[in-house]
Design a protein around this ligand. Sequence first.
Ligand SMILES: [Zn+2]
Length: 282
Amino acid sequence: MEKNMDNKSCRLYGTPHCALLNQKSCESCRISGLSPQEQLMAAEDIYYMAEALPQDGLESIISSGHCALCRKKGREGEEANAASMFAQMDMGHLHPVAKIGDKLSGGYDRGTAMTIPVQLPVCESCRKKIGVKSILPLALGCLIALIGLLVSSLEPMRSALASRARILPFIVFLIFVFIGVIVESLVRRALGVKNERTINTRVKRIPALAPLLDKGWFAIGELNDGMPFVFTKKRLDSGILTGENQRELLDEIRAMGKEGIALQRTAKGEEEREKSEVKSEA
Ligand SMILES: [Zn+2]
């Protein structure tokens, strides 16, 4: 990926923190536009994140070639399907010092800073089952209501009904809507039970997420119902924890500590900045 990191006045410039953010350019990076004080705060938050993540970040989750949603049948040797796409979901972690809504002047909310995009490799079969459950019940319910509308409003059916009682067409329509609602909920429940047998429909049942859950991460958004994921063919090519070498970067960030960047600025960071300034002047 062509990278265009040119904001040398950013406090994160040239740091492993910047590399972990894996942005395409400084222009598209939210942190690059913050005040220096906020940038240091963001760097500190990245450190908290590094401390709360598994050793290699999200890399082993993303690069496992097997579907994270296939539920093994319990008996030996039954492997999950090979993954052919990704299910994107967000996970959050409580900030160790800030509270939600702790906004700094520039609008950088520390309380919600610890949010990461988790990309689960999944197979086509699991995606289809989740898709069917989220669309089919409602579609059936609507279809039944629509048939009710046609029956109660089209001639000669309407006048045949109305000749018995003027309100009858409306009542017939209501009965169809009622049946539609019942069918919707029965089909949804039946598909839910069916899916439950073959898919990990709850976060706690997804083995790939266990290391994150153990460290206090939680899923953002409802995962039981409907389609909680956004499915993509390719993995994300930018954003925090979407790049390579996460273990090395996280180790560096952990080693630098809470005030890593602020301290480093006097040494290596400053040196590099000067070098690049000399270069650009020459
Ligand atoms: Zn699967």
